[in-house]
Design a protein around this ligand. Structure first.
Ligand code: NAG
Ligand code: NAG
Ligand code: NAG
Ligand code: NAG
Ligand code: NAG
Ligand code: NAG
Ligand code: NAG
Ligand code: NAG
Ligand code: NAG
Length: 420
């Protein structure tokens, strides 16, 4: 029960947070209509509450007309029948009527070339997350007690078919990308996504804060084992988990990217904080009674005491250790910084400007520059901040307006942002 409450609060805080960040956007609105895919209903490809899947689509143009970005929304998981029933009454389990009818496109999805020079004119799709299983579930029967449906995998399939019907299959360039639970969706579906395209097209995946660790031996490991095993059981995922993992270890551990990411064939970029705020707060602290005694520290890192910093440092060391243990791959990119954050890619401060008090820049590159260089094979990019072993507060003290103004001024005169 307790785990369910924490999870609910977890995604809720992420949701509220992302709304706040979005409304802080300071340049022209880029509101893209939401399409409700009603034709998916007879195929049983529906959200937890039976509502249709939904996405927003911006049509590419110019030299972007043969290039596609498919973005997968964040929002945690549900880990029991009751938890999923509760979720089915929220915007992360239903597209009706909560999610409105337009989506704000920003960050990687920004359609303004000033803010997003490499991708502004690509076809862009934002897929809403409403199944609570990272689009992995496919249970035939509706739960008779709650009327909840577990059909994430069908949603993924049907939405991909819809995009193929818009011409996505002919793309020369394509990127599958998601944040948090959407990043886990990205890594779990990456090789399948690749198969939708021709052999000679450039298809890559980007995981934005989705390297959710098991971290055996690290505080909270039993909590994490139980929680993700509960997700697997609730959604009936045993059969659909990556075979490369289930064939060699306890399948209940096979939602943890550290056990399957090494076997992904398609080029993958991991954009992560070594002090991932979600993982520290919701996957580690439950072992010491949750976030309650921690509000001072989590609200302002300067107030963390030595015990708390020690727990965060242990997390960071285990996290980096898990990344370094991955099977080597030349095509894999990494941007692993030390700012206390979770999720980057839709946030102008992070994507375009790399959030800057203290400069969240690695090897002199912003996140956008690092990912573009890697995507277009201009250079490889594998950077882990090994210098800072304490979490950094990288939020700017500037107002969003001033921040973006300064960022733009800097971007136009220097190739990289550099200011505070
Ligand atoms: C999009 O962001 C703008 C601020 O830039 C805000 O006024 C608007 O309400 C947002 N729209 C949606 C649908 O969230
Ligand atoms: C489109 O053209 C711009 C400007 O010449 C260039 O920076 C960008 O990389 C091109 N995009 C693609 C997908 O070729
Ligand atoms: C589901 O919601 C009810 C009512 O808000 C709450 O009492 C219960 O704790 C929730 N259960 C879970 C597992 O989240
Ligand atoms: C969006 O929703 C509002 C209210 O829910 C409605 O008045 C408006 O017509 C809708 N817009 C579109 C484009 O469907
Ligand atoms: C892009 O943003 C810049 C800076 O805010 C603005 O001056 C410009 O008009 C925008 N371009 C478009 C096409 O909206
Ligand atoms: C499930 O759906 C049926 C038929 O629409 C309805 O009668 C029943 O009350 C629903 N049960 C729950 C728990 O919502
Ligand atoms: C730090 O704060 C935590 C949570 O309030 C507390 O449990 C712990 O004992 C404190 N440690 C020190 C060294 O003060
Ligand atoms: C980061 O610094 C800002 C401004 O100094 C402060 O308001 C905020 O609470 C800090 N956040 C964290 C997580 O430390
Ligand atoms: C980053 O740029 C600064 C000044 O332009 C230079 O001194 C420094 O060597 C560069 N660092 C790296 C890692 O390229």
């Amino acid at each position: 029960m307790e785990s369910g409450i924490i999870t609910m609060a977890g995604w809720l805080s992420i949701f509220i947070w992302s709304v706040l960040v979005m409304s802080a956007q300071v340049h022209g609105d880029q509101l893209i209509d939401i399409t409700f895919l009603k034709s998916a209903i007879p195929k049983g490809a529906v959200c937890l509450d039976g509502s249709p899947p939904a996405y927003s689509y911006f049509e590419g143009y110019g030299n972007g007309s043969n290039s596609w970005i498919v973005y997968l929304q964040s929002g945690g998981w549900c880990s029991s029948k009751i938890d999923c029933y509760n979720r089915s009454t929220t915007p992360r389990g239903s597209t009706y009527p909560f999610i409105g009818n337009q989506t704000n496109f920003s960050g990687l999805l920004d359609t303004n070339s000033t803010f997003n020079p490499d991708f502004y004119n690509w076809h862009k799709v934002y897929i809403y997350y409403c199944d609570g299983s990272s689009f992995m579930s496919d249970i035939k029967h509706v739960d008779p007690r709650t009327n909840v449906t577990y059909r994430g995998a069908r949603i993924f399939k049907v939405v991909m078919e819809e995009l193929l019907s818009k011409g996505m299959g002919n793309a020369q360039n394509a990127m599958l990308v998601g944040t948090s639970a959407g990043a886990m969706t990205t890594t779990l579906h990456c090789d399948k996504f690749r198969k939708l395209f021709q052999k000679n097209s450039r298809v890559k995946c980007v995981s934005d804060s989705g390297f959710i660790i098991h971290g055996k031996g690290l505080l909270g490991d039993h909590y994490r084992e139980k929680y993700y095993a509960d997700v697997i059981r609730t959604h009936g995922l045993r059969k659909s988990l990556p075979k490369s993992c289930t064939s060699k270890m306890n399948p209940n551990l096979c939602l943890f990217p550290e056990y399957y990411v090494g076997d992904i064939q398609t080029p993958l970029f991991l954009l992560e904080s070594a002090f991932d705020a979600f993982q520290i707060e919701y996957n580690t602290l439950p072992a010491v009674g949750g976030r309650l005694g921690w509000s001072n520290c989590l609200g302002n890192l300067r107030h963390c005491n030595s015990t708390q910093l020690g727990i965060m440092r242990d997390f960071r060391n285990t996290f980096i250790g898990a990344l370094l243990k991955l099977k080597h791959s030349l095509s894999r990119g990494m941007f692993v910084h030390s700012c206390y954050l979770h999720g980057h890619i839709l946030i102008i401060q992070e994507w375009t400007c790399s959030s800057l008090q203290g400069n969240n820049i690695l090897a002199n590159k912003t996140i956008a520059q690092a990912i573009s260089d890697w995507y277009f094979d201009r250079t490889s990019f594998r950077q882990i901040d090994v210098e800072n072993d304490l979490p950094r507060n990288c939020s700017s003290s500037l107002t969003p307006e001033l921040f973006v103004h300064k960022c733009l001024a800097t971007l136009s005169t220097h190739p990289t942002c550099s200011y505070s």
